[in-house]
Design a protein around this ligand. Structure first.
Ligand code: AMP
Ligand code: MG
Length: 323
C-alpha cells in the first residue's frame, strides 16, 4: 500500500470510528422511550442519523476535534503580522518568500497537512512542463506559427524535484528564415533551426523520450503549461501544418496560470507576475523555452508544496480537434 492509500485508509477509519460512535449512541438509545425528544433539535439529530445510517457521515468528519484545532490555528494566523508569519515559517524551516497572503496560506497548510497527515495532492507520478517557442513576426497576431523549440522539464511529484529535461529545436517549413524579432525574442539562432530536425521527427523523439522514462507506462504523468496557448494554439497549428495526428498525451493538461489564479484567488497573470507573487525571481532567459519551462515548474512545485491539488484543468476543444 502506498502512502496516499495509507492516508486515505487512515482518514476513512477515522470517519468510520466517528460514525460508529454516533451509531453506537443511537443504538444505546433504541431501548429507551424517545418520545420526549419530539420537536427538539435532539429529535432531528436522531432522525438524521437514522436516515444516514449506511451513508458515510460527512458532517461528523468536520466535528472531529482536529478541525476545531485547525480553525483556532487559522484564526491565530489571520491575525499575525508579516514579521510574525516569517518568524513562524522560519522556525518550521519552511520557505518564507512571497506576499502576506502566500505566507498565511503556506503556514495554514502546513498545520493542516500536519494535523491530517497529508502528502502532496496529485494523481500523477510525474508532470512534464512544456513551453514552446515558435516562429513569429512583431505585431502580427495571425502569423502561421511553427514550433522551433520543444522543451520538456520532468518534475517528479513524489520527491517534488526537477529530475530531467529534454530540449530540441525544430526546423520550420513555412517560414524557414527566422525574423530578427523572433531571434531577438527567443535567443534562438538561424543556425540552430537550420541544423534541427523537422517537427514530426522531433515529435517521434519526444514519444521515445516518454517511453524511456516509462511515462504513460508504469509512471503516470500529465502535461503542464502556462496558459492554453502551447497546446491549443502552437501544438495544434503545428500538427495541422505537419499533417500529423494531435498527440493523445496533449489532449488535456494542467494550466498552471489557471491553477495559480484559483489557488491564490488572484487574476490570471504571466510567469513573471506569478514568480513575483510567491517571492521568486525568473531564473535564466525569458522566452527561452527551456528556461520558461523550468520557471513554470518552480511555480508548480511551490503550488504543490503549498497544498494545491495538482490536476489537469484544461483540454483541447473538440471543434479545434476536428479542424
Ligand atoms: P513565450 O512562451 O512567451 O516565450 O512565447 C511563445 C511564443 O509566442 C514565442 O516563441 C513567439 O512565437 C510568440 N510570442 C511571444 N511574445 C510575442 C510578441 N510580443 N510578439 C509576437 N510573438 C510573440
Ligand atoms: Mg516561452
Amino acid at each position: 500500500m502506498n502512502t496516499k492509500e495509507e492516508t486515505l485508509l487512515k482518514e476513512k477509519k477515522q470517519i468510520e470510528s466517528i460514525d460508529n460512535e454516533s451509531n453506537k449512541s443511537l443504538s444505546d438509545k433504541k431501548d429507551y422511550d424517545l418520545s420526549w425528544l419530539k420537536g427538539t433539535s435532539a429529535d432531528q439529530t436522531v432522525k438524521t442519523n437514522q436516515i444516514n445510517k449506511s451513508a458515510p457521515n460527512i458532517k461528523t468528519d468536520f466535528s472531529d476535534p482536529v478541525y476545531k484545532k485547525l480553525s483556532r490555528i487559522n484564526g491565530k494566523i489571520n491575525s499575525m503580522s508579516i514579521d510574525n508569519l516569517v518568524k513562524n515559517l522560519k522556525e518550521l524551516k519552511i520557505e518564507t518568500t512571497g506576499k502576506k497572503e502566500v505566507l498565511m496560506r503556506r503556514l495554514k497548510n502546513f498545520h493542516k497537512e500536519k494535523a491530517l497527515n497529508k502528502t502532496v495532492e496529485t494523481d500523477y507520478d510525474y508532470v512534464c512542463v512544456i513551453d514552446f517557442e515558435a516562429t513569429c513576426r512583431e505585431n502580427t497576431l495571425d502569423f502561421p506559427h511553427e514550433i522551433i523549440e520543444f522543451p520538456i522539464v520532468l518534475v517528479n511529484m513524489k520527491t517534488l524535484a526537477i529530475e530531467k529535461h529534454f530540449q530540441s529545436y525544430c526546423k520550420p517549413r513555412l517560414n524557414p528564415k527566422l525574423t530578427a524579432f523572433c531571434k531577438s525574442l527567443t535567443g534562438i539562432t538561424q543556425d540552430q533551426v537550420d541544423k534541427a530536425e523537422e517537427f514530426p521527427n522531433v515529435l517521434n523523439t519526444v514519444s521515445d523520450w516518454f517511453l524511456t522514462h516509462n511515462l504513460g507506462e508504469t509512471n503516470s504523468f500529465a502535461i503542464a503549461t502556462d496558459g492554453p496557448w502551447d497546446m491549443q494554439k502552437f501544438l495544434r497549428m503545428q500538427c495541422d501544418t505537419s499533417n500529423v495526428e494531435y498527440p493523445a498525451w496533449a489532449k488535456e493538461w494542467i494550466d498552471v496560470r489557471k491553477l495559480f489564479s484559483n489557488w491564490f484567488g488572484v487574476r490570471r497573470c504571466g510567469i513573471l507576475k506569478m514568480l513575483d507573487y510567491i517571492g521568486f525571481e525568473f531564473e535564466g532567459n525569458q522566452h527561452c523555452g527551456l528556461d520558461d519551462s523550468r520557471n513554470i515548474a518552480r511555480i508548480l512545485l511551490r503550488l504543490a508544496s503549498d497544498g494545491c491539488k495538482i490536476r489537469t484543468n484544461a483540454k483541447i476543444k473538440h471543434s479545434d480537434q476536428e479542424n
